[in-house]
Design a protein around this ligand. Structure first.
Ligand SMILES: [Ca+2]
Ligand SMILES: [Ca+2]
Length: 237
């Protein structure tokens, strides 16, 4: 989620971007069917500052939003919001450069399926969901898939359309989780919900944040994920 832009990096020319293959969004790649219209309202306190992990990322959204890579100071975490008045604590963000304004906003809810769904489902893991660094890493991994995997680029948090400003940005634990989740998700796919934001901008001219969340589903997934986490924690000791 955007806090504020830190200015345009002029390292890559507009001409160079224009010559690249057409940009493919996560929505374009993964969405399978429209479900219904809902309202999404950011939960009042959302998260305390201590629940976020901050850092800088560089995003090249192709021709959808910005003509050149942009540099953002951003906050990452699992997000709480009200969906039609019911608290949903399993949201993650899709668009680095767009905001989630207070008050109910109309969204269109879709069923989607893909590699991102495997990542989204990790928020249900009780061993991960309350770990601030793990959730920050999960958001970073999701952005990497949303911007780069969809566009045929290899997993690399330091290159291509989505990248960390430098390896010194975000803490090493969050970066480690992001790389772990990316490695787990290779060749995986699962269903998830994609919430398409309104095309209009809010009263401050900010475009709205697209969101993703889990599909309520059988618990069969969880023992698998918990097993992976347990195995990873054993390896770390
Ligand atoms: Ca990347
Ligand atoms: Ca949007």
């Amino acid at each position: 989620m955007m806090i504020r832009s830190m200015g345009v990096l002029a390292l890559i020319s507009v001409a160079g971007v224009a010559a690249a293959a057409p940009y493919v969004s996560l929505f374009e790649q993964d969405v399978k069917s429209y479900l219904k219209d809902v309202t999404i309202e950011r939960d009042g306190p959302t998260f305390a500052a201590t629940d976020w992990v901050y850092g800088r990322v560089i995003v090249d959204e192709g021709d959808t939003t910005s003509p050149a890579p942009q540099d953002y100071l951003t906050q990452v975490a699992r997000l709480k919001a009200l969906e039609d008045g019911v608290l949903n604590t399993n949201f993650l963000c899709v668009e680095v450069n767009q905001g989630l304004v207070p008050g109910p906003v109309p969204y269109s809810k879709f069923y989607a399926h893909g590699r991102a769904g495997y990542l989204v489902n990790l928020v249900r893991d009780p061993m991960l969901r309350d770990d601030r660094d793990a959730m920050a890493g999960l958001q970073l991994a999701l952005w990497e898939v949303a911007y780069d995997d969809t566009n045929g680029n290899p997993d690399n948090l330091l290159s291509d359309r989505f990248r960390l400003y430098s390896s010194g940005q975000f803490n090493a634990t969050a970066r480690g989780w992001a790389n772990t989740f990316l490695s787990w998700s290779v060749g995986q796919s699962a269903g998830y919900y994609y919430y398409k934001s309104p095309s209009v901008r809010d009263n401050q001219g900010v475009a709205h944040q697209d969101l993703v969340s889990t599909v309520p589903s059988p618990a069969a997934f969880l023992p698998f994920a918990v097993g992976l986490v347990s195995a990873m924690r054993r390896r770390r000791k």
